[in-house]
Design a protein around this ligand. Structure first.
Ligand SMILES: [Zn+2]
Length: 112
C-alpha cells in the first residue's frame, strides 16, 4: 500500500463474475458485493457515441438496447476499469470502477 492518503476514496474491485447471462457480480475491495444487470451497464456507457463529451448528456436511446443484451466479453482495463464487447456490436465504452459502483448502488436503492 504505497498509494497516497486518498487511496481509501478510490473504488476498486477485487473480483468479477457473471451472474447468469444477464448480470455482472462484483466483489469490492471494501468487502461489499454487487450484482448489476448488464443492460444497466450498457445503458450507462460513457463513450463519445453514447454520451455527449462536453455536456455528459446521454445520446443513447434506451429503447435501442434490447432487454436481453449480452456481453460476449468482459475484460479489465488496467486496474481501474472494465470493457465489454456487447451483443449489439458496441465495444468502445470504458467503465471505471467508480461508475460501476455508482450503478450498483443505484440499482440496489431501486430494489433490484
Ligand atoms: Zn458507448
Amino acid at each position: 500500500m504505497t498509494a497516497s492518503s486518498n487511496a481509501q476514496a478510490r473504488v476498486t474491485a477485487v473480483g468479477i463474475h457473471r451472474v447468469g447471462d444477464a448480470a455482472l457480480g462484483i466483489e469490492w475491495a471494501d468487502g461489499a458485493t454487487s450484482e448489476i444487470p448488464l443492460r444497466e451497464i450498457r445503458l450507462a456507457c460513457g463513450c463519445a457515441v453514447c454520451r455527449d463529451e462536453l455536456t455528459g448528456a446521454p445520446l443513447l436511446d434506451p429503447a435501442s438496447i434490447p432487454a436481453n443484451i449480452r456481453a460476449y466479453r468482459i475484460a479489465p482495463v488496467g486496474n481501474y476499469a472494465l470493457t465489454f464487447d456487447w451483443s449489439d456490436s458496441h465495444s468502445t465504452g470504458i467503465y471505471p470502477w467508480e461508475m460501476l459502483r455508482a450503478l450498483a448502488d443505484r440499482s440496489e436503492s431501486e430494489g433490484r
